[in-house]
Design a binder for this molecule. Structure first.
Ligand SMILES: [Zn+2]
Length: 224
């Protein structure tokens, strides 16, 4: 039998999904420049409206097939909410927000920000934060994400505040922020960061990713 020497073609994996336009805010990403008042902090009331963004239309954009058995799911009212359920195995898809955690690090009245290396909002600045893994608590997540992004160890100094991140194109995030102090390591950009810098109020860059992060910065300087 003749041996087939042809190389087996392995199909290329699709490139990572990118977002040119945020599906919720309809804002074209990385080109956002928000109006700022005399204080150097956003005067727009857009931030305050963040919590009112309507995500109910996102229900039908969720999974089509049952995550447990693969049958096509149908919409039904369960617990006063329109949900996708599986007609075969009765799996109910509860479309819950995803928790995320991060840190607010202060130095000489300045706030530490990270320039994003990846989408969404590549090239924009934000606070160090990330989604919680299934097996970790929000505090562990905040410490781990800081280590990954800033290459430093931190101790958490208490809760800063909690936010609803409805303009994240990936999911609706619940962002838990902690005050933190650097206790070790060398501050340098890690996995997801392109650059790290402390910013004074009048030097905050205009392109801040996510409405919640703008709110955090606004509160940081408002509370000093
Ligand atoms: Zn099923």
């Amino acid at each position: 039998m003749k041996k087939d020497n042809k190389l087996i073609k392995i199909p290329r994996s699709k490139p990572r999904r990118t977002w040119t336009r945020n599906p919720v805010t309809k804002i074209k990403e990385s080109e956002k420049v928000y109006k700022r008042g005399k204080s150097g902090i956003w005067s727009t009331d857009e931030i305050d409206k963040a919590d009112e963004l309507d995500l109910t239309k996102g229900v039908e954009k969720t999974y089509r097939y049952c995550l447990r058995c693969g049958t096509e799911m149908v919409e039904k009212r369960v617990d006063h909410h329109r949900r996708k359920i599986c007609p075969l195995c009765k799996y109910v898809f509860y479309h819950n927000p995803v928790p995320a955690a991060g840190v607010v690090i202060k130095q000489d009245g300045k706030i530490l920000l990270v320039k994003r290396k990846y989408e969404p909002y590549k090239g924009d600045w934000c606070l160090p934060a990330g989604f919680t893994e299934y097996d970790e608590s929000p505090t562990h997540c905040a410490i781990r994400e800081t280590k990954e992004e800033l290459n430093v160890d931190v101790k958490l100094d208490g809760l800063y505040s909690v936010y609803s991140g409805k303009d994240d194109p990936r999911t609706h995030a619940i962002l838990i922020m902690y005050w933190a102090t650097i206790i070790g390591g060398e501050l340098k950009p890690g996995d997801d960061a392109e650059e790290i810098r402390f910013f004074a109020q009048d030097k905050i860059p205009p392109n801040i990713a996510f409405l919640a992060h703008r709110q955090i910065i606004k509160e940081f300087f408002g509370n000093q």
